[in-house]
Design a protein around this ligand. Sequence first.
Ligand code: LMR
Length: 336
Amino acid sequence: MSPVHPTRRKVLVAGAAAATIALPCAVRAQSPMVVKLSHVVADQTPKGQASIKFKELAEKKLPGKVTVQVFPNSQLFGDAKELEALLLGDVQFIAPSLSKFDRYTKKVQVFDLPFLFDDVKAVDKFQADKHGQDLLKSMVSRGLLGLGYWHNGMKELSTNKDKLQRPEDVKGLKFRIQPSDVLEAQFRALGANPQKMAFAEVYQALQTGVVDGQENTWSNIYSQKFFEVQKTIAETNHGVIDYMVVTNAKWWDGLPADIRKGLSEAMTEATAYGNKLASEFNEADRKKIADAGKAKIQKLTKDDVSAWRKAMEPVWKKFEADIGRDLIDAALKSNT
Ligand code: LMR
């Protein structure tokens, strides 16, 4: 696996397309190491911005040593391929949503339990404590090393129906979900039909009626234009979409120490930068959706929220053994 130290130097055009020029040996030896960061959302999102910041910081800290190429919008790898590509060495950093790791560990599924976290502040607290930090290392035996958590925000529910206020309003509807068994169980508990699907396919599936609805953050609903093909978005805040930035553990361990240090510092700073922006993005995108007047934003009463919570409750029991009671309790504690 050696995607780096290319023997030929790549001249980048617009950050992605590359023309390749053969250079003499003396120059080749000094070529910067090219590392790729691939993700599935738009640049104008918390993850998109954190990725761009990581590139800027890494190249500033390691001048002439490292070039970071960022590929947004599933341009390089979509959901179905990105983890595999990372393990094969075709990309060096990815930042999948925490719902996308269940083939590698059941523990990370704690983040998918509905109504577990009250808000992103609680999620942040849990990620920063010992339990959250241990999860970053929980997939090393599978070749994946977590370098940090990036925030997006709380999930809302949307459909192509006028009425979306109580759990009974989604009975029998088809929902796109991320590839997570917990999310599958969540929609089954509601009497709906979940369908696992890559993020890049969601807009079209909503537009053509392959599915009736989906769950996502304001930022994703806005940047992917889901609000243009949905009638109602209910402010359920029933779960979270956050990310774990992962790298190939073997590749990371094999890096020259100065490069690993520079990349690690750039990651820490980019994480702080992106995580500060996340709630601003979601608030601003919620407002843009409201202003566009296309999808109705359905506010929920306390009683409505309790009904959703109650309907989704059976999911916790189902996954408690896989996830571990200790993790669930630690997550609950972060709400206080
Ligand atoms: C989704 O698939 O809905 C999200 O995980 C996409 C993302 O990366 O925010």
